[in-house]
Design a protein around this ligand. Structure first.
Ligand code: FAD
Length: 317
């Protein structure tokens, strides 16, 4: 009987949608097994109802104030206590900034392999993970040969499916000690309402946007579509926007339903962060731009003419 543990993540008082996607993966792996979730922070219990809606049969809660903000030491201590308590066969979380930071530490501590940024999971005489390699130019299938499986799952890649159950809530009296760093303040640079990593629509600007003001029509378009604004490193380097918007090999990886690239040439490092988007639209005035090799719909034209037309069209729709 497979026992799966999902580390759920809350942001601004709400569970991140990737946590529900990971619980859905857990349901596939533990069809007749046991699915547990853990969530940390002083008001963590409020998330239990939603976690049970997506199949968490047991919910471990560490209600410590020290866990209100992520710290590697604090989360490591709490997660190791949950692991010791339930002894899982599989440990999963989202491939988010926190997931990318905490699970390698847990894997190292348990001396187990880590499968990161997984985009698909098959169970065929064992667990097989699919994950991108070479900046998304190829995919690798890896079969697990270990008694404990640890993996991070790419957000926005697998559909979250409701699977309501009645959950048992277990409050763990975790003692957090010896924090080497504590969070004094979190200053959020991105003021968008939609989280870029989880947005269903991303409107991205590149060097072709030409200025910070040039991003305004992109923000309007993203707002109309309920999406978020992203950027190429070219735009960030040129100071048109903040690095928190950067998408690509050294930025965020996004998998929205719709990615609109405006004035972005399509360098391989940018493609690494967005090429698995479901539908890609490119607007570029250079018909030879590389982005046209990967897009589903290409518009050869000046973004300062095309984007306002799209805004007009969506406003009247
Ligand atoms: P450019 O390549 O200058 O392209 C601008 C495009 O805008 C052109 O195609 C042009 O035709 C078009 N354009 C201009 N004006 C208009 C207009 N009015 N209307 C329509 N189109 C117009 N890049 C990333 O994005 N993300 C990363 O994570 C990243 N990591 C990197 C890591 C390393 C180690 C290295 C070496 C590079 C990395 N880069 C990354 C940089 C990458 O190689 C490119 O330099 C960068 O992506 C280019 O950004 P850009 O497409 O905005 O600019």
């Amino acid at each position: 009987m497979t026992k799966v543990l999902v580390l759920a993540e809350a942001k601004n008082g709400k569970l991140r949608s990737v946590s529900f996607e990971v619980l859905t993966v857990a349901s596939r792996l533990a069809a007749d097994g046991e699915i547990s979730a853990c969530v940390f922070g002083s008001d963590a219990e409020r998330h239990s109802k939603e976690l049970s809606k997506y199949g968490a049969q047991t919910i471990y809660i560490a209600e410590n104030e020290e866990l209100d903000d992520y710290t590697p030491d604090g989360y490591k201590q709490a997660l190791l206590e949950v692991i010791e308590e339930m002894n899982p066969d599989v440990i999963l979380t989202g491939h988010t900034s926190i997931g990318k930071d905490i699970l390698p530490r847990i894997a190292a501590r348990l001396d187990k392999a880590l499968f990161s940024d997984c985009i698909n999971i098959e169970t065929d005489d064992g667990i097989i993970f699919t994950r991108p390699i070479y900046s998304g130019k190829a995919y690798q299938k890896k079969k697990v040969h270990d008694d404990v499986v640890i993996a991070t799952i790419r957000p926005n890649n697998m559909e979250a499916v409701e699977n309501p159950v009645t959950a048992e809530i277990i409050k763990l009296p975790v003692t957090i000690t010896d924090l080497r760093a504590i969070v004094k303040e979190v200053v959020s640079k991105s003021n968008g309402k939609v989280d870029l990593a989880e947005a269903k629509v991303v409107v991205s600007g590149g060097r072709g946007v030409k200025s910070a003001k040039g991003f305004e029509p992109l923000q309007e378009l993203a707002g109309l579509l309920g999406g978020a604004v992203g950027a190429s490193r070219g735009a960030c380097d040129a100071n048109y926007c903040d690095y928190s918007l950067q998408i690509g090999q050294t930025g965020k990886v996004v998998t929205p339903d719709l990615y609109i690239a405006c004035g972005i040439s399509g360098a391989v490092q940018h493609l690494a962060g967005m090429s698995s988007s479901k539908v890609i639209v490119a607007i570029n005035k250079d018909p030879e731009a590389n982005i046209f090799q990967v897009c589903d719909y290409g518009i050869v034209g000046d973004l300062f003419e095309v984007v306002p037309l799209l805004i007009e069209e969506f406003k009247s729709a």
